[in-house]
Design a protein around this ligand. Structure first.
Ligand code: UDP
Length: 315
């Protein structure tokens, strides 16, 4: 099987490259390295079944030969990144989805869109199931990501219904693990970096907002199962174990044995107050559920962050 992964040098994309190579696929990784990093795929360069092409997938994509699968994972994905890169975020979610769907149609390949829990916005239904249409502010600062992904879902369903393309849509909830960028601005990398450096832990708002964190190896297995399934409607992938951001900060202080203090900062605009995936559909149709609990996942992630911080100090 030949599999194209856009955003393949990003956090999730690079773990997908590893996983698909392990499964015996030939992997073609496309990434313009805007938020991705060559370091994430450095260990794969030189492997016969792996090709990296530095490319912006909002442009027309041409790849020689047959392709079996196209996975569209290219996008800034941290709130800080999409505030800094609003037009690029909109373009990769809209034009990038169009180009990658076009490639899949041309090659008669399976297609999988990386969508997001952000399509539910600041939800008024809890937990969020796929039948909920969401509560999104289209013109707020997060709208560039949320609306691009909502458009991407609509376009993907149109290619499925109109062209009969074999498409899948994963609504990915907060995922963490090695290769997240230290400075990516999301809660987990910020809290771990702050705790390890002895800086204050920046909790936004009063910390009562909730999230549900999924370890990356679980997510990647879910993506693989979804790709090979015949589920064309969107499906939630995430870990339903919900925690407040304040508790999460305290948990990170404990596992790092840090003396850092918690500092409260203003809550960003339109920050969702609650988030927890209803994964009954994934359980039923994919026979999938997360296996890695938070303590185990955080311990593995911590090892990565310790060495990444050492590296950044050396540089
Ligand atoms: N957050 C925080 N401090 C930080 C970064 C994030 O308290 O330094 C909060 C943020 O306001 C949100 C939650 O943690 O309520 C998760 O934020 P993140 O940026 O990780 O992702 P989101 O789930 O909002 O996309």
């Amino acid at each position: 099987m030949r599999t194209v992964i856009t955003g393949g040098a990003g956090f999730l994309g690079s773990h997908l490259c590893d996983y698909f190579l392990e499964k015996g696929h030939t992997v073609i990784c496309l990434d313009n390295l805007l938020t991705g990093s060559a370091d994430n795929i450095a260990h794969l360069l030189g492997i016969e079944n792996f090709t990296f092409i530095k490319y912006n997938v909002t442009e027309y994509i041409h790849i020689d030969g047959e392709i079996d699968n196209v996975l569209h994972f290219a996008s800034p994905a941290s709130p800080i990144d999409y505030l800094k890169l609003p037009i690029q975020t909109l373009k990769v979610g809209s034009l990038g989805t169009l180009r990658t769907l076009g490639l899949a149609k041309d090659k008669n390949a399976r297609y999988l869109l990386a969508s997001t829990s952000e399509v539910y916005g600041d939800p008024q239904v809890h937990p969020q199931s796929e039948s909920y249409w969401g509560h999104v502010n289209p013109v707020g600062p997060r709208g560039v990501y949320d609306e691009a992904k909502r458009f991407a879902e609509a376009l993907t369903m149109a290619y499925h219904r109109y062209h009969g393309l074999d498409t899948k849509i994963a609504r990915i909830f907060n995922t963490y693990g090695p290769r997240m960028r230290l400075e990516d601005g999301r809660a987990l990398p910020s809290f771990i970096s702050q705790a390890l450096k002895g800086d204050d832990i920046t909790v936004f708002g009063d910390g009562s907002q909730t999230r549900s964190f999924c370890y990356v190896s679980d997510l990647v297995e879910g993506i693989y199962k979804l790709l090979l399934s015949d589920v064309h409607e969107p499906i939630n992938l995430g870990n339903p174990n919900e925690i407040t951001i304040f508790q999460f900060a305290k948990e990170i202080l404990e596992i790092t044995r840090s003396n850092s203090k918690i500092e409260f900062k203003p809550l960003p605009v339109d920050d969702p107050k609650i988030r927890q995936p209803d994964i009954s559909k994934a359980k039923r149709f994919l026979n999938w559920e997360p296996k890695v609990d938070r303590l185990e996942g955080l311990t593995k992630t911590l090892e990565y962050f310790r060495s990444a911080i050492m590296e950044s100090v050396k540089k």
